[in-house]
Design a protein around this ligand. Structure first.
Ligand SMILES: [Zn+2]
Length: 410
């Protein structure tokens, strides 16, 4: 019905140069049911109406993006069956172990609903691999949690996410390494094998469908395992730390290649950030996202100089950070976590200038990028909502980063 609405909108636009209004589409959908598509009565009326609401929102986002009133959004796309199948419902009943959905009936749930503690306002039915899920949106009141202050050095941590190690957390004196579950690593290898198998199967064949399902199931299992440890990690951080510093997702943009493992590590970073942004509000911690130009893996956490060797694809393979200037060597991920922590300290004005960064001298290309960065308005990718700490002078910060030989991009 989403697709029908989109097609109808495009037809009308070609004919008249205008898009039909939301209310017109709604009326036409009812007409469609009474006329040529009576089978639409078999599904809940809410699903069709909700699909049109979603379409309207998609158009809104697109036009707002065009007028640069909001983030850029693409033109609404047609949805394909089998890709992110989902439907939102507003007419349903919740029982202790069941939900009653229109036209489908009572469905037994795996979990109990008592832990929801609130009024369920919407249900989204979704399919992952060959399983069905219903998620309930619950309205409930929440008390406002005061922002936790930084009292001791370990209250602020830098977090570097990866795949070989799930996460490296540095609290100023020691690094804690969170190993991914072994099952996850094994499954990744299996996932790659299934991908190769699928590529060999003939298009449209039964065997291909079977292989597709096997892969979808494993994908689902891997994502559950990852989700599980990301939730544990984000909860423990948000509950015990005052400030959590993460790198920006797009710092890793260069890694976005066909390698499956890396795309999953990207997804994990985005997911951890999403979880932390709401959990930090729940528990009173502050989330700092490092500027996407902050070279967390290329800076030496010992002396603050920038290494050319850690750049680009070649740099991704380096497990050790060997500093050419001060001679110290660090584990690559630990080094990045320390740098992120120092970034957070500086960003929040807790430490005016981290000692490690005081004498920063570029190595390799000397002082390049200094003029470009200094001229650019510094975009602070900060999600530290609710934080009342003083922000440092951004111009000063830009200068400092420029003196570190900080070039845009990676
Ligand atoms: Zn060094």
């Amino acid at each position: 019905m989403y697709n029908w609405g989109l097609a109808e909108s495009q037809r009308e636009y070609k004919r008249t140069g205008r898009r039909p209004r939301h209310s017109d589409l709604k009326r036409r959908l009812v007409g469609l049911k009474q006329g040529e598509a009576p089978w639409l009565y078999e599904v809940s009326a809410h699903i069709g109406q909700q699909a049109l609401v979603d379409l309207e929102r998609a158009f809104d986002r697109f036009f707002k993006g065009m007028k640069s009133e909001g983030p850029k959004s693409g033109f609404p796309r047609f949805k394909r069956k089998g890709e992110r199948d989902s439907a939102r419902l507003y007419e349903f009943r919740v029982y202790e172990r069941h939900v009653q959905l229109p036209n489908i009936g009572r469905i037994r749930l795996k979990e109990r609903t008592v832990k929801l503690q609130g009024r369920a306002v919407a249900a989204t039915v979704r399919r992952r691999a060959d399983r069905w899920f219903v998620s309930l949106t619950v309205e409930r009141e929440r008390e406002i949690v005061p922002v936790r202050r930084v009292v001791r050095p370990p209250d602020i941590v830098g977090v570097d996410l990866g795949l070989a190690r799930a996460a490296v957390i540095h609290d100023g004196s020691a690094a804690r390494i969170v190993e991914p579950r072994r099952a996850l690593r094994q499954n990744l290898a299996r996932l790659q094998r299934l991908d190769r198998q699928l590529a060999r199967k003939q298009k449209g064949s039964r065997n291909r469908e079977k292989a597709k399902l096997r892969r979808a199931r494993l994908h689902y299992r891997v994502s559950c395992q990852r989700q599980d440890y990301l939730h544990k990690l984000s909860s423990s951080l948000a509950k015990t730390k005052s400030v959590i510093v993460l790198e920006d997702l797009h710092v890793r943009g260069i890694q976005r290649n066909r390698q499956l493992a890396l795309s999953i590590s990207d997804a994990g970073l985005g997911e951890l950030r999403r979880q932390l942004s709401y959990k930090s509000e729940w528990y009173g911690s502050t989330l700092v996202i490092a500027d996407r130009r902050f070279p967390s893996t290329q800076l030496c956490s010992g002396c603050g100089c920038l290494s050319e060797r850690m750049k680009g694809m070649h740099g991704l393979k380096q497990r050790k950070y060997q500093c050419g200037a001060c001679g110290q060597s660090f584990d690559r991920d630990v080094n990045a976590a320390i740098n992120l922590r120092a970034y957070g300290l500086h960003e929040l004005g807790i430490v005016p200038l981290p000692e490690d960064f005081r004498e920063v001298k570029p190595v390799g290309e000397e002082g390049s990028g200094a003029s470009t960065i200094g001229a650019k308005p510094s975009s602070l990718k900060q999600e530290a909502s609710g934080s009342r700490r003083a922000r440092p002078n951004t111009q000063k910060r830009a200068e400092r980063l420029a003196s570190a030989g900080f070039t845009s991009g990676i």
